[in-house]
Design a protein around this ligand. Structure first.
Ligand SMILES: Cc1cc2nc3c(=O)[nH]c(=O)nc-3n(C[C@H](O)[C@H](O)[C@H](O)COP(=O)(O)OP(=O)(O)OC[C@H]3O[C@@H](n4cnc5c(N)ncnc54)[C@H](O)[C@@H]3O)c2cc1C
Length: 310
């Protein structure tokens, strides 16, 4: 079995930042990535809030991170999926679709996925008007009309955030009442540029090159109509890619996010987690990078300085 000091699962912002710090500290570091390296950052059409870059394409930023990480000497295995983990012992075993590896420490940086509504046009217009992140993409639609889909707290928070940026926000929820906190619902009702549509389902997202309208179905009146919008923000929840970690005994919260302390330690010694897969409240490139750095430096201490473990 191949032996490494540190194995990092996921080559997104968190995993790549961890890789840079670990390899520069002299740890023999392997990053395993099931797709191409770069992670979710590559999906962002434009990133305008990562310090040092006032505006950069997500794919370009991700590519810079990957190149930087490779340059430090970290090995990156792409198109290789981690399939099981044995984390309890002193040596951690990581099995993949290609091989099995052993390491003294593991960082889980496997990210999260946004839940989709599964309608025609959603995949086609992703990054061209369909977004899953208001903070990330809202400012791109300044002065425009947007639709938010969902009825929970994230839909309400996104609606309120967007109402300060765009001209008009319509929020569509398929049930007859919001699940969001009452204060948020009241706040939405007080905004002049927010229109609430209850009992309303999105049936299709349409456009030419970019989103230009949606087909809505009123499930009470049983009526279908079109609404002109420039963007659709889908806010029906997200889920962490934490099943493997959970199956191997890593503690997760009630939503499945890996529980971490301020040192990025999980419930298992020698196992760290960073980025969107954790229960950290902010999910951004900058926070993923910061968490990855902490995880790598803590893993370094754990591996090279055993007094750390006391
Ligand atoms: C459309 C969009 C726009 C965004 N815009 C911005 C923005 O403008 N600014 C900003 O700061 N943030 C933005 N974000 C959020 C930001 O992209 C994420 O918070 C950040 O990329 C999370 O990094 P991560 O490393 O934790 O996870 P990810 O980047 O998701 O990386 C996790 C990696 O783990 C891999 N993986 C998962 N399971 C396995 C497995 N079993 N085996 C091997 N590999 C595995 C995945 O393939 C993935 O590449 C945006 C997000 C989206 C979706």
């Amino acid at each position: 079995m191949e032996n490494w000091d540190l194995i990092i699962i996921g080559a997104g912002a968190a995993g790549l930042a961890a890789g840079i710090y670990a390899a520069r500290s002299g740890l023999k570091t392997l990053i395993i990535e099931e797709k191409m390296a770069g992670g979710t950052t590559s999906d962002a059409p434009t990133v305008e809030n990562y310090p040092g870059f006032s505006q950069i394409g997500g794919a370009e930023l991700a590519e810079k991170m990957v190149l930087h990480c490779r340059k430090t000497g970290a090995a990156i295995h792409e198109l290789e999926t981690v399939t099981s983990l044995d984390l309890k012992g002193e040596k951690k075993t990581v099995k993949t679709t290609r091989s099995a590896y052993e390491a003294a420490a593991v960082i889980i940086a496997s990210g999260a996925h946004y839940r989709e509504i599964g309608v025609a046009g959603e995949k086609e217009f992703r990054g061209r008007g369909v977004s899953y992140c208001g903070v990330c993409d809202g400012p791109l639609f300044k002065g425009k009309r947007v639709l938010v889909v969902g009825g929970g707290n994230s839909a309400a928070i996104t609606t309120l955030y967007l109402s300060g940026i765009v001209a008009e926000v319509t929020v569509a929820h398929r049930r007859d009442a919001f699940r969001a906190e009452e204060a948020l619902v009241k706040d939405m009702a007080s905004k002049k540029n927010v229109q609430v549509l209850l009992n309303t389902e999105v049936r299709e997202i349409k456009g030419e090159k970019l989103v230009s309208k949606v087909v809505l179905f009123d499930n009470k009146a049983r009526e279908t109509r079109e609404l002109a919008v420039d963007a659709v923000f889908v806010q029906v929840g997200e889920a962490p890619n934490s099943q493997l970690a959970k199956d191997s005994g890593v503690e997760v919260d009630e939503h499945g996010y890996i529980k971490i302390d301020i040192f990025q330690r999980t419930s298992i010694p020698g196992v760290y987690a960073a980025g969107d897969v954790t229960n950290h409240p902010v999910k951004q490139v900058g926070t993923a990078v910061g968490q990855g750095i902490t995880a790598a430096l803590e893993a370094y201490g754990y591996i090279r300085r055993p007094y750390y473990r006391k």
